[in-house]
Design a protein. Structure first.
Length: 468
């Protein structure tokens, strides 16, 4: 098959591989060119409509598009597309095993297969969200898996009791570049989309077993004091309103193990979506800290894992030998505080003339005015500081009978150099007192935690979520 070239990076790629029914193809193409989303965005599609592609297999199509580095997904209009009443196209991930971190990463990506079907009306949402990394391919495949016919129709499939669909502002994906000085990187666009720009529900789904508060064992009721006093609906996570967060937290203290697993999955997908943190993230931290200290045994270790991720993202995987330059991080985040960015948004809003752009800018301006920032360094720092505030209480875990919890808290403490004057003497004393019982410092702590003060760096690290 000939190599596919000439596609604009913002266009969805649709390859026709069946040429037996021209009328069906015309219907499919017409449906794909319909405006999409709440704001009726213009459809951008690059069609491959040439009989040379007749009968092309998935592997042949993937080989032909291999040179397009910005293409995350390709759509095939095959025989099933033409024959089925809903004309579902085949969405195929372009990511290969070689591009994944390891075999486990690839298996996770393809848990439900390397392809799924989507109706034409949802193709643009799939393309947009995958292109900016706002959602993973496996998440769409999971929704499809829930559908009785194996077709992605919306973000409310099967047991996933959701509300609206994810939308990405079209002008951010392919419009004016002069509107982006405060969001200079695509990763930050993705973070913005998850912090209030998207309209949707949780990626793990508002799974009914987790969204509905499960019965709470009386002995754990005290851990949730104040949970319902928070106006969660006014806070946001990766899928807009955080109204579902208290239900998930409550489920962690319940007796249903499967519901607890679903609750953890939903929390990881919403308040820590692909490394991004949101306004609901730091608010959830005190409740998670209580559960880590005194919650059900089945919930404590995973809760510590979530607290660690909320604090330091996945950066521990490659910063383990040097620790975190917190001073540099704070300095960078200070430049992206809401009060610093608000004047810029107001200037852009005043200068904008396009109706759609003004509407988007107004939404952004109001969101920033409410105390949010599109810069992930700032939002991540809020969660980091929330965990820092809980460390005095979490120190008690160093004396816990569970060795895994002792290791978790020792590891977490290592990422807070501002707390070293308190934590380091405790860790050193514990290691010296009982090496068999305590975690071995050199294996679980960054080197910087043993050399006070931490090593200076010439420039601060830029913290933002990575997109595959």
């Amino acid at each position: 098959m000939p190599a596919v070239t000439g596609r604009d990076e913002f266009d969805a790629l649709v390859v026709r591989t069946d040429y037996l029914d021209d009328q069906a193809w015309q219907d499919v193409a017409a449906a794909l060119m319909e405006p999409w989303g709440d704001r009726q965005y213009e459809a951008d599609v690059h069609f491959i409509d040439d009989p040379v592609w007749s009968g092309a297999t998935v592997d042949e199509v993937l080989t032909a598009v291999r040179g397009d580095d910005s293409l995350a997904v390709v759509f095939l209009a095959d025989r099933t597309t033409m024959q089925a009443k809903s004309h579902p196209l085949l969405a195929v991930t372009t990511l290969t095993r070689e591009e994944c971190v390891d075999e486990e990463d690839y298996e996770q990506l393809t848990e439900f297969g390397r392809d799924f079907r989507t109706i034409p009306a949802r193709l643009h949402e799939v393309h947009a969200n995958l292109s900016i990394g706002n959602l993973g391919f496996e998440e769409f495949a999971a929704w499809t898996h829930d559908d009785p016919e194996g077709i992605f129709r919306s973000f409310c499939t099967g047991s996933r009791n959701c509300g609206q669909s994810h939308e990405v502002p079209h002008w951010l994906l392919g419009g004016s570049s002069d509107l982006l000085p405060a969001i200079p990187h695509l990763q930050q666009v993705a973070a913005w989309c998850g912090s209030g720009g998207t309209r949707g529900c949780c990626a793990a789904g508002c799974v009914s077993a987790s969204c509905d508060p499960s019965p709470v064992i009386n002995e754990y009721e005290m851990l949730l004091a104040g949970l319902d006093d928070v106006d969660w609906a006014s806070l946001s996570h990766a899928y807009e309103s955080a109204h579902d967060v208290p239900g998930h937290i409550r489920t962690l203290c319940g007796s249903d193990d499967e519901a607890r697993k679903e609750a953890f999955s939903s929390l990881f997908s919403s308040i820590f979506h692909q490394g991004s943190r949101y306004s609901a993230s730091p608010v959830a931290v005190p409740f998670l800290a209580r559960i880590a200290l005194a919650g059900p045994a089945a919930a404590r270790e995973d809760t510590m894992w979530l607290l660690t991720r909320l604090a330091v993202d996945w950066h521990d995987e490659y910063d383990v030998t040097t620790g975190i330059n917190v001073a540099g991080w704070r300095a960078a985040a200070a430049e992206a505080e809401p009060e610093e960015l608000l004047p810029w948004y107001e200037q852009q809003l005043a200068a904008a003339t396009d109706t759609d752009q003004r509407a988007q800018l107004q939404d952004l301006r109001d969101w920033v005015a409410a105390g949010n920032s599109p810069d992930p360094r700032w939002s991540a720092l809020q969660s980091y500081d929330a965990v820092l505030a809980e460390l005095p209480g979490l120190l008690a875990l160093l004396d816990d009978d569970d060795a895994r919890l002792r290791t978790r808290i020792a590891y977490l403490l290592a990422w807070f150099p501002e707390f070293f004057t308190t934590s380091l003497p405790r860790l050193l004393a514990l290691a010296a007192h009982d090496k068999a019982r305590s975690p071995q410092p050199p294996r679980c702590l960054p080197q910087a935690s043993w050399d006070l003060p931490p090593r200076p760096r010439t420039s601060p690290r830029i913290w933002m979520p990575q997109i595959r």
